[in-house]
Design a protein around this ligand. Structure first.
Ligand SMILES: [Zn+2]
Length: 248
C-alpha cells in the first residue's frame, strides 16, 4: 500500500521517526481498527488514530450524546445532544482526515453480535463502560484471534492492557461480572482529564502495536493512579481454566 505525496507531507512528523518511517506509516494505512465506545476513552482514541492515518476505523456505540457526557467527551459539543455518538465520531474522523475510512455502527455490542461486528479487523480497542460488554468483546476477540486493547477509567484510576488471546481479559476479571451492565461513570464519577490520559495511552499502545515499536506489551496491565499521577505495570497470568482461552 503506497503513500501519495499529500500523505507523505501530512504525516511527515511521524514518518521522520526512525521507529515509524514509511514502512510504519504504510502499516497504519492498511490497518483496520474497531473502537468500542465513543465515550471518554473513545474521545481520545478516535482523534489520535484518525490523525495518525489508520486506514479504517469502525466506531461501535449505541448511545446518544447527553449533557452529562460533555465534561469528558470532547468529540461532542452542546449542539450534539441527542445525536448518535457513533455517527458523530465518524463525522469527526472524516473532517479530520479524509484518508481515513470511518464506519459508524449505532448498535450495542454483546455476545450475539460481537463476532460479526469485530470480524475483519486486526485490532479491537474497547473503551466501553461496563464489564458485560468488555467480557463479550474479549470472548469474541479470543474466538476470532484478534488482539484486544481493553481500557477503563473510573474516579481517579485507569487501566489499559493488550491481550493476544492468552492470557485474555477474562483471565484477569473472571466470570463474576458477565451480568454487570452498570454504568461505572454514572455511579462512581470520573474526570475528563483521566479518561483522556487513559485513552491517549491506549491509542499509543495501539500505534506501537501496529507499527511494532518497542517490546510486545501483550499480557501486561498498565495501571494509572490519577491522584499520585503514577503508572505501574503488572503481568496477567493466563488462567488455565479460563472459560474463553483455557484448555478445558
Ligand atoms: Zn482467558
Amino acid at each position: 500500500m503506497s503513500l501519495s505525496d499529500e500523505e507523505l507531507e501530512r504525516y511527515a512528523r511521524q514518518i521522520v521517526l526512525p521507529q515509524v518511517g514509511g514502512l510504519g506509516q504504510r502499516k497504519l494505512k492498511s490497518a483496520r481498527i474497531v473502537v468500542i465506545g465513543a465515550g471518554g476513552i473513545g474521545s481520545a482514541v478516535i482523534p489520535a488514530l484518525a490523525g495518525a492515518g489508520v486506514g479504517q476505523l469502525t466506531i461501535v456505540d449505541s448511545d446518544r450524546v447527553e449533557a452529562a457526557n460533555l465534561h469528558r467527551q470532547p468529540l461532542f459539543t452542546e449542539a450534539d445532544e441527542g445525536k448518535s455518538k457513533a455517527e458523530l465520531g465518524a463525522v469527526f474522523v472524516r473532517r479530520l482526515n479524509r484518508f481515513v475510512e470511518a464506519d459508524p455502527r449505532h448498535e450495542r455490542i454483546g455476545p450475539d453480535n460481537a463476532r460479526q461486528l469485530l470480524g475483519g479487523h486486526e485490532l479491537v480497542i474497547d473503551g466501553s463502560d461496563n464489564f458485560a460488554t468488555r467480557l463479550a468483546v474479549s470472548d469474541a476477540c479470543v474466538a476470532l484471534n484478534i488482539p484486544l486493547i481493553s481500557a477503563a477509567a473510573v474516579q481517579f484510576r485507569g487501566q489499559v492492557g493488550l491481550f493476544r488471546s492468552k492470557p485474555c481479559y477474562r483471565c484477569f476479571v473472571g466470570n463474576a461480572f458477565d451480568s454487570d451492565d452498570c454504568d461505572n461513570c454514572a455511579e462512581l464519577g470520573v474526570l475528563g482529564a483521566l479518561t483522556a490520559t487513559v485513552g491517549s495511552f491506549a491509542a499509543l499502545l495501539a500505534i506501537n502495536s501496529i507499527v511494532a515499536v518497542g517490546s510486545d506489551q501483550a499480557g501486561q496491565l498498565h495501571l494509572f493512579d490519577g491522584e499520585q499521577l503514577s503508572w505501574r505495570t503488572m503481568r496477567i497470568p493466563p488462567d488455565p481454566v479460563c472459560d474463553a482461552c483455557g484448555s478445558a
